[in-house]
Ligand binder design. Structure first.
Ligand code: NG1
Ligand code: MG
Length: 518
């Protein structure tokens, strides 16, 4: 499947957004003309996402279920003619106070230098460009160096807000670089794979959910993303029913800066689940844990498949039915309970004894690429979360595939069933994975008390965003409750404009595309 070329904005946005988006796109193009004195050749676009269910399990290689949102990153691009010597990239943002303009050269070697310790917005462009360069080199023997470009960027995905502005930016950048270098048909899967690895170059050991959710979706659908046996995605149309699925997104306005908190939050969780896979494999006598696409080379999913292969002789575990797979996961929850008893977590010394590996080697293999800080590793709680969350994704997926409810009562039942899975996720994130925070918990409580069927954090957590399944006729009361009891309490001077950004009713949007001009 290729990234589509759009010809009109109604192919990209839901009907009610086309008018305001037309104004925004026109203003981007006129700013481009003001800054560069010419028109762009094309615009590359990639959206943010909200994760409906399946949190912190993408890097364990379990399926997840996000959807694209309307908010996105646009890069208007004009391509420089090919010349010898270094080529130059000029980057300007429509919000120049917030995002300072930058130029950089692509040297003759074609390799762009990225310094992940500087929190530069342009790093995300560079990372997409590097990924695209690698991909082009693998395709064209003579390809060395990208052409230069003039770029004007406009992003509406709030940064640090849990809606994956980073992945949207990296995907839009990689796509722009492919297109600028003459690739008219960009393969969606290749683009996602490139974006996943290039985003890791910016310092976070992430999974592949966000990039998938930015590239693959078609409008009106949730996306069921699988990582095993290889990356693939299924668009699942939202069921047509009288009272439809409406997801409301609410910002906590607690900034979750992954680059600062990663050693004690995100990257630490990646290490914990990897250690859980190794320890479970050791204790349950799995002889071979094959290397896989997990960020540290082995994953809980890898352990899972290896266990059922060795113990039960199931060869290709990804081919078993979803029901059987759920039973397996349930069994693994039991194993965690039995074999990982330590509530207080495991010390490095204890882990080294279990794994038969020196502390130094363990640190070198799993704690150096992305440094972390921790005395104890809570393998029990983290693994419990992962296996039970993987079950919830399967159940949610089952609901989306079931016959759409016919009567009002069935409709309510359906929404309640979806919502309660989301509520269970929130509880698991709060208690077991410890990636919630008091503000997110509060937003969820308030929403439920005003009629939300299901409320939870979305994205990495520790701040950022929350998502709520709210019946259409309750959206207003949920909104009012948040405004009075959360936003006005915490931010007494909050403006109407800021409140508009804080609470967004989101329709499932479409993925990346290129728009050709001229
Ligand atoms: P955020 O921080 O919300 O963009 C992160 C990861 C995802 C996934 C979620 C948790 C990146 C780019 N994304 O999302 O891969 O692991 O957390 O489910 O780091
Ligand atoms: Mg991100």
């Amino acid at each position: 499947m290729e990234v589509p070329t759009a010809k009109s904005l109604s192919e990209i946005y839901p009907e009610d957004a086309v008018e305001s988006q037309t104004r925004r796109w026109n203003s981007l193009i006129s700013k481009f003309r003001e800054d560069y004195g010419k028109l762009p050749d094309f615009i590359s676009r990639s959206p943010g996402r909200v994760n409906i269910i399946g949190e912190h399990i993408d890097y364990c290689l379990y399926e997840v279920l996000p959807m694209a949102i309307t908010a996105d990153v646009l890069l208007a691009v004009s391509v420089h003619p090919e010349e010898s010597g270094p080529s130059t990239v000029r980057l300007v943002n429509v919000h120049p106070q917030k995002f300072e303009s930058k130029n950089f050269d692509i040297p003759d070697t074609g390799d762009v230098h990225i310094d992940p310790s500087t929190l530069e917005w342009t790093n995300y462009f560079k990372s997409g460009l590097s990924g695209a360069t690698e991909l082009l080199r693998s395709k064209r023997k003579d390809f060395k160096q990208s052409v230069g470009m003039d770029i004007q960027a406009d992003g509406t995905v709030p940064s640090g807000g849990g809606l994956s502005s980073s992945a949207a930016f990296v995907c839009a950048s990689a796509l722009a670089a492919m297109k600028a270098n003459g690739v008219d048909k960009v393969d969606k899967k290749e683009l996602v794979e490139v974006a996943i690895t290039s985003e890791r170059a910016v310092g976070v050991n992430s999974g592949g959910m966000d990039q998938s959710a930015s590239v693959f979706p078609v409008q009106g659908s949730a996306l069921y993303v699988s990582f095993v046996p290889e990356l693939s995605a299924e668009n699942i149309a939202f069921p047509q029913m009288k009272s439809p699925l409406v997801f409301v997104i609410a910002q906590s306005f607690v900034a979750a800066d992954k680059h600062v908190t990663a050693p004690v939050c995100y990257n630490l969780r990646v290490v914990e689940v990897t250690l859980a896979a190794l320890v479970l494999a050791k204790i349950l006598r799995v002889k071979s844990l094959p290397p896989d696409a997990g960020p540290l080379g082995v994953s809980l999913r890898g352990f899972h498949d290896a266990y059922f292969q060795e113990i039960e002789g199931i060869k290709n575990n990804h081919t078993v039915s979803k029901a059987e797979f759920q039973d397996q996961l349930q069994g693994l929850v039991g194993k965690v309970d039995q074999y990982l008893p330590q509530e207080e977590g495991y010390t490095r010394q204890q882990l080294s004894e279990i794994l038969g590996m020196s502390v130094a080697e363990m640190e070198r293999k799993y704690m150096t690429k992305f440094p972390i800080r921790a005395e104890r590793f809570k393998l029990r709680q983290r693994a419990m979360h992962v296996f039970s969350e993987a079950i919830r994704v399967l159940r949610f997926n089952e609901l989306l595939h079931s016959d759409p409810p016919k009567t009002d009562a069935e409709n309510t039942e359906f929404l309640k069933a979806c919502g309660s899975l989301m509520n269970e996720t929130q509880e698991s994130c709060r208690e077991l994975f410890e990636n919630s925070c008091p503000e997110l918990d509060e937003l969820c409580e308030l929403a439920r008390s005003a009629g939300s069927y299901g409320s939870r954090l979305t994205g990495a957590g520790w701040g950022g965003c929350s998502v709520h399944l709210v019946p259409e006729n309750k959206v207003e009361s949920v909104r009012q409750k948040w405004i009075e009891r959360y936003y006005k309490q915490k931010f007494p001077d909050i403006t109407e404009e800021r409140l508009k950004e804080a609470i967004v009713v989101s329709k499932p949007g479409s993925g990346s595309c290129v728009f050709e001009l001229g």
